[in-house]
Ligand binder design. Sequence first.
Ligand code: IPD
Ligand code: CA
Ligand code: CA
Length: 262
Amino acid sequence: MDNEIFIVTQIKKLVYEISKQILDINSLKEIEKEVTEKGKNNYVTTFDIKVENKLKTALKELIVESTFLGEETGGKIESKGYTWVVDPIDGTTNFIHGLQYAISIGLVKYGKPIIGCIYSPSTEDFWYGIKGKGAYKNDIKLQVSQRDSIKDTVIEFGFPYDTSKTENILKNVLKIKQAGAADVKRIGPACLDICRVASGECDAYFEYDLKPWDIMAAMLILQEAGGTLYKMDGTKYEFTQGSIIVSNKSQKLKKQLLELIN
Ligand code: IPD
Ligand code: CA
Ligand code: CA
């Protein structure tokens, strides 16, 4: 446990430092010059690359025998030993537009997530979870909401880069709203969407086609806060990648969402 706390403390220092050294940007024009489109509507900036490179070096120093999977530099999750799973800027579109984004760092041991840390530079919120030891936002323990049906819930969703599912997603949003949700929101980025379910600010979230670096750290935070994560068919999510429904622990809410979302 002490060792895990030490790792979280070091990561906290590291993301604060990165935030000051690399991400302290005065104007959106500064970011605009650094943007390239790596796929349709899928952007990357030189800031994403700089943050990932810095993290890759520092995290490998923290656990010398670890391997690394990052969105921008690749890698894979090893079934043995430790692997860092990193999204240097989750929410690059938000970042380019001056909206909230986050640095997401997960640590996997023998294929299972054991630590998740997420930092939002614009709000200075630091979220973390340690397997079996709970999840925290700015050192306050997290717990999912208690709402037991779709009525009065706030549900989040996301749009994947592949636009072929957009119409279907919007149909889902309409159905959820008509079923009695207080609100259905697109906020992003994915890791913070999941964290907001962990903290009870939102009650559920769904998104298609996510990658391990979008989910890994947030998934542990969510589960440690009592939340659940499953595939679109209601079966257990196995944490590689794909489409997910995230919710509090209510079985009734889960059933309702599964009936509405397809
Ligand atoms: C994206 C963000 C966004 C989500 C997309 C992700 P990126 O990550 O998390 O909120 O809707 O599906 O790909 O590309 O900005 O790291
Ligand atoms: Ca991402
Ligand atoms: Ca990213």
